[in-house]
Structures are given as structure tokens and as C-alpha cells.
Design a binder for this molecule. Structure first.
Ligand code: C5P
Length: 209
């Protein structure tokens, strides 16, 4: 059968990552959390002492990104989401990472990719497109819980402010802004727990097979 590519997009802390992981396990597909690519580019710049405002350095860091970098636990830190969002607005960064993501998706079985522009730019021909969303307050509660469980001390109001700033930046940038593809199924998970979100997504995927 034809490869099964599942594109999952949505704002920060919408639950798209957890959902993508579960769908990948369920359907036996490789999974790429594309936010990690942007986080890894920002991380390698900071490690090299470069300014995140240096667009040509960001483009070079994206072009030389290697897969080993994606396992760095520091990529999940709160500050890295913010840093990733800044460099992700640079068109040359996006085009370097585009090739990387499309290579990942182009394999015989298919893949699950989650991010901001998978259904619109990276995999416009994906068999299934989901756009996962939830209220900013609910997303802030989830992110706050997740960071607390990881031992990072954070303040709820600061997380909420981060999320709102990131939503605004991701939605307003000129290149590949965050938005649902016209043919995406929108899933609002504000009132859903992870099992319910998975069941709803599975129904959409099974309907497309
Ligand atoms: O999803 P995550 O929070 O890890 O993403 C970090 C940042 O990377 C996002 O705020 C966004 O600016 C950027 N990103 C993107 N396109 C993607 C994935 C992430 O611009 N496909």
C-alpha cells in the first residue's frame, strides 16, 4: 500500500507531540518531532557563542545540523522553545530544515511528523492532516506540569506569557506561519485527556486509510 504520511500541526503545548508519538507507535511509523530541529539549531548557536540575531550564522547552523544533536535533553528546556521560535523565522533556516524533514518523510512506509507547517509546507500531500489546538490557559497548565515534573522550577504566569508570545510570533511570521491546512481536521483538545485525543485522531486516520 502507499506510504502513510501523517502531518500534525498546532501551537506550543497543544499536545501534538504526545499524540504524534502515540500514533507513530500504533501504526508502526517513524516519528519526527520537527520542533527539535529548530531547538537544536538554536542550541548549537548558543553553544558556539553566537547571537540568535545573526541570521547567516543561523542558516549555517541549520545546514550543518546532524541527527545526534536531537537527543540532547537540554533541547526540552523552556528557554529553548523561545530561542527556537526566534531562529525559525529566518527563511534560510526553514529551507535548510525543509530538505531534512522531507527526506525523513520520504520512505516506503510513511511517517508521522509534528510541527507548525507540516500540512501546509513540508508534506502538503500527506494522507492525513491534523491540526491540534487547545486554549492558551490549558496549554500553559500542561507545559507548567511537564516542566515541573522534569524538575524545572517555573511560574505559571510566565509560561502563559511565553505561550502567547510564541503563538503570536509563529502565526505572524512571513515564511510558513502557523495555520491549519485547508484540508486539515482541526481537533480542539482543551476538554480532552490524552486518551480521548488519541481516540479522536485514530478515528480520522482510520477513516483515511
Ligand atoms: O514544537 P516546539 O515547541 O518544540 O517548537 C519550537 C519552535 O520551533 C516553535 O515555537 C516554532 O517557532 C518553531 N517550529 C517551526 N516549525 C516547525 C516546528 C517548530 O517554526 N515545524
Amino acid at each position: 500500500s502507499a506510504p502513510m504520511v501523517i502531518a500534525i500541526d498546532g501551537p506550543a503545548a497543544s499536545g501534538k507531540g504526545t499524540l504524534a508519538k502515540r500514533l507513530a507507535e500504533h501504526y508502526g511509523l517513524p516519528h519526527l518531532d520537527t520542533g527539535l530541529l529548530y531547538r537544536a539549531v538554536a542550541r548549537s548557536m548558543l553553544d558556539a557563542g553566537l547571537s540568535l540575531d545573526d541570521e547567516s550564522a543561523a542558516a549555517r547552523a541549520a545546514a550543518s545540523l546532524i541527527a545526534d544533536k536531537l537527543a540532547d535533553p537540554r533541547l526540552r528546556e523552556r528557554a529553548m522553545g523561545e530561542a527556537a521560535s526566534r531562529i525559525s523565522a529566518v527563511p534560510a533556516v526553514r529551507s535548510a530544515l525543509l530538505a531534512w524533514q522531507q527526506r525523513f518523510a520520504a520512505n516506503a512506509v510513511g511517517a508521522v511528523l509534528d510541527g507548525r507547517d507540516i500540512g501546509t509546507v513540508v508534506c502538503p500531500h500527506a494522507r492525513v492532516k491534523l491540526f491540534i489546538t487547545a486554549s492558551a490557559e490549558e496549554r500553559a497548565r500542561r507545559r507548567h506540569r511537564e516542566l515541573t515534573l522534569r524538575g524545572e522550577e517555573t511560574i505559571f504566569a510566565a509560561i502563559l506569557a511565553d505561550i502567547e508570545a510564541r503563538d503570536a510570533r509563529d502565526a505572524s511570521r512571513a515564511t510558513a506561519p502557523l495555520r491549519a491546512a485547508e484540508d486539515a481536521t482541526v481537533l480542539d483538545t482543551t476538554e480532552l485527556d490524552p486518551d480521548e485525543a488519541f481516540a479522536a485522531a485514530k478515528q480520522v486516520v482510520d477513516g483515511a486509510r
